[in-house]
Design a binder for this molecule. Sequence first.
Ligand code: GLA
Length: 409
Amino acid sequence: MVPPNELRPGCSSHERDTLAVELEHTLTEAFGPGGELRRFFAPGRVNLMGAHLDYNGGPVMPMPVDRGTVVVGRTTGTGRVRLVSTREAGTFDARALPDAPAGRWYDYPVGVVRQLAERWPAGVGLDLAFGGDLPIGAGLSSSASICIATALAADLLLGGTQATDADAEADARRVARALEAEREFVGVQCGIMDPFAVGFGRPGHLLWLECRTRRFEHVPLDPERYLVGVIDSGVRRELAAGAFNRRVAQCAEVLEALQRDAPELEWLCDAPRADFEALALSLSREAAARGRHVFDELERTLEARRALVAGDAAGFGAAMTRSHASLRDLFEVSTPELDELVDAATAVPGVLGSRLTGAGFGGCTVVLLERDARAALVAAVNDRYRTRFGRDATVEFFAGGDGPHEFTR
Ligand code: GLA
């Protein structure tokens, strides 16, 4: 078996404990001592295939990572929701939580907690301290991780449920709350992939999620042979900053054009490709390119899954690299930094494929590699990135992390 720590550079259980102790101090310094402090964790995720397909009703293949959000929390008798992170605190009346986002980090937990307003026990308050080791805005879904961690902490603290609560319905409810917080409260038109990947992922597996039906299953990725590398370009771009929502709108424009002849069509991924091709010339250059990416990526993702199930990891990796080319040329969400990282990685023997992950516009690339290509990948990436951009890109390796859970010291 693979020694677990070798795969857990992000958040080993020791590091998670250290962070929880720090958060206990943060919480009591901000809001005073007392009460039983409990600890919760939710992972981040990396997506390997199905780029920008979730909001088009297609399949995606993400995996949870061993990094994420740690929340320390307690109930109080203050009737207030008090949230604190290493950045700043926010304090609200539990019965009158804000109706609109403030543009602060705590919009995400507020967006989750406000959904509990109707069944909030009178006079009860909730104190939550947040920390974690996911880079923010890097495409590893720090926002879904914060939302699911909040939903888990709030459920277990307010409902008094036990740490062993692994009820599938409760998991699904938390995923739904995270989605609503991001879409309806924070206002990012994100698809369902992130909360599903964070909420339902399983170690050593990719999640195969059909976004139209919301059906999912777990596809194994042999951790003794393969690793998933995540390379951070260090370039940040806020997801909410319009470019992502614009891609969503352009895909909706293609769908609307198709609906003129097929009003029953609900998702772009359900349209016959031939109908799209017949229409493409009448679309704007940009809309046609976005649509073409979606149809190609749908075919590639189905192929990639077939390859993986048949034991052909190289075939899966090749689909990842083709996906990157399409994200660069047709969906236009790559950057020179991400292109360089993908080129550097795919030139290394033993690397099976690579592409940008998350929304794009900066953030991380994901790499599928044979375990023994690890050192060569780090060396090649450092060398090429430093030569071209004058700085390092950080490389981390994962084999799939735990799902959300309560943990004890
Ligand atoms: C972001 C969104 C996801 C998904 C990806 C692109 O990460 O949050 O829902 O659309 O971009 O695949």
